[in-house]
Design a protein around this ligand. Structure first.
Ligand code: UDP
Length: 471
């Protein structure tokens, strides 16, 4: 008498933090709650950051292995190739290595599913070859998934650039989205990034199902539209919010948690643009003055401006992001502001009682984290699908304020100071905070034993377990 081996799942994540974090959380749940074993595979994209390695090393070693595939050559790509292109190419050129892994894994394990990231649908072919059920995990909103389903139609029906759409795009159950606010990667049809997105969006129907990192209460209208069964549309399982769990040990190298401990309840605005967001030099300066002028407390993760903004400043021998700030800024804001270099323990900051608002680039993980901890937001979207996330948060759910940009997309210091003041101490800020706390409660409920996201994951896990094939 011997134990039947755990059914095995292969997860293929692309190499961004915004992907690795939710996908490792999914892996943990599948191991701990549903008794699968997992191989977590990443086609590498440059060398992994220390933050990424620490997330991966934090995986429970029992029943989860992670592995980086061999690097692929992208030397034929132009210098200005977009990140979507590079990621999609990395995946498609990694398929031979993925096949090798699959050969090794399937020799000893009963693999029941391959779950791939949103730009990795080429890997679904490998699932088919090994007779394994193909799934996609979509680490963003229901609204964005609706857009993905619609891209092949939009491509056929509108020959111009989407930024010139005469009317905002009305995705079912969503707030209208003006053309220029749609996914950044589809804004230029001549760019390879567009071709890749179109390619992947056409392949979504090859999946047996799509796991979505959102939850019903957050996007009710969009969810209803997604749940409608239509020919060629795989079933969608809302399993979110999948976010990094609260770390019990306080890693506080920058001292920001200690600083937060000393601030009044709900008084601090947390300012961060995710793992890679940068502003132009001029916009960075304007934000600095805006925060100062608001008179509110703030904790700002500062990153240097991007290269195109101010070449001369970047050839400066130092790459300390604080060097770009106005003269005397650190001294002047010492009493009310804390500035941190490049990276901060975001989960601990958002869950801290002193944090009263989050000025965010609206990356999907940051958005979910703000919701899980009930922190109202200032939406400052930069790239990817962040403008769509901002529309959802501002127009639809009403938990965020969005500062107005001028016709060049530039946001002035008065505007910044004004929204910060409203969010932290205004009446409107209070009502956004109340709404955010309702969502926080809903986010906790969907993950409880009988919650909708728990049930969705259970349903799909049952499907995989019932895929009974002998080794
Ligand atoms: N993050 C963090 N500290 C930082 C910046 C980011 O812990 O200083 C984490 C953040 O909590 C989130 C992820 O990195 O889980 C960023 O993902 P998101 O989707 O918000 O944005 P992206 O980095 O993909 O643009």
């Amino acid at each position: 008498h011997h134990q039947t081996p755990r059914p095995h799942i292969v997860i293929l994540s692309t190499a961004g933090m915004g992907h690795v974090i939710p996908l490792t959380e999914l892996a943990k749940q599948l191991v701990l709650l549903h008794n699968f074993s997992i191989t977590f595979i990443i086609p590498p994209f440059g060398s992994p950051s220390t933050a990424m390695i620490s997330v991966l090393d934090d995986l429970p070693p029992e029943n989860i292995n992670y592995t980086f595939l061999r690097p692929v050559n992208l030397d034929d790509q132009p210098k200005d190739a977009r990140v979507e292109t590079l990621i999609a190419l990395t995946v498609s050129r990694s398929l031979p290595y993925l096949r090798e892994e699959f050969k090794i894994i399937t020799a000893t394990k009963r693999v029941v599913a391959l779950i791939v990231d949103l730009f990795a649908t080429d890997a679904l072919d490998v699932a088919k070859e090994f007779d394994v059920s193909p799934y996609i995990v979509f680490p963003s909103s229901a609204m964005s998934l609706l857009l993905f389903f619609d891209i092949p139609n939009l491509h056929e029906s509108y020959s111009g650039e989407f930024r010139d759409l005469p009317e905002p795009l009305q995705l079912p159950g969503c707030a209208p989205c003006p053309g220029p606010e749609l996914l950044y990667a589809i804004q230029d049809k001549k760019n390879d990034a567009y071709t890749w997105i179109l390619h992947h969006s056409k392949r979504y129907n090859l999946a047996d199902g799509i796991l979505l990192n959102s939850f019903i209460d957050l996007e009710q209208g969009a969810m209803r539209a997604l749940m409608k069964e239509e020919p060629g549309k795989p079933p969608v399982y809302p399993v979110g919010p999948l976010i990094q769990r609260h770390l019990t040990n306080r890693v506080d190298e920058s001292g920001c948690l200690k600083w937060l401990d000393k601030q009044p309840r709900g008084s601090v605005l947390f300012v961060s643009f995710g793992s890679g967001g940068t502003l132009s030099y001029e916009q960075l300066i304007e934000l600095a003055y805006g925060l100062e002028m608001s008179g509110q407390r703030f904790l700002w993760v500062v990153r240097g401006p991007n290269a195109t903004a101010k070449g001369t400043y970047l050839s400066h021998s130092s790459n300390d992001p604080f060097d770009f700030l106005p003269d005397g800024y650190l001294d002047r804001t010492k009493g009310s502001g804390l500035l941190v270099h490049s990276w901060a323990p975001q989960i601990q900051i958002l869950s801290h009682g002193s944090t009263g608002g989050f000025l965010s680039h609206c990356g999907w993980n940051s958005t979910l984290e703000s919701i899980v901890y009930g922190v109202p937001m200032i939406a400052w979207p930069l790239f990817a699908e962040q403008k769509m996330n901002a529309i959802m948060l501002v127009e639809d759910v009403r938990v965020a304020l969005r500062p107005r940009a001028n016709e060049n997309g530039f946001i002035g210091r008065e505007e910044i100071a004004w929204v910060v003041r409203i969010l932290i101490e205004g009446e409107e800020g209070k009502s956004l905070g109340n709404k955010m706390r309702e969502l926080k409660e809903a986010a906790a409920t969907v993950l409880r034993e009988n919650g909708s996201s728990t049930k969705s994951l259970f349903d799909v896990a049952q499907k995989w377990k019932n895929n009974n094939k002998t080794i």
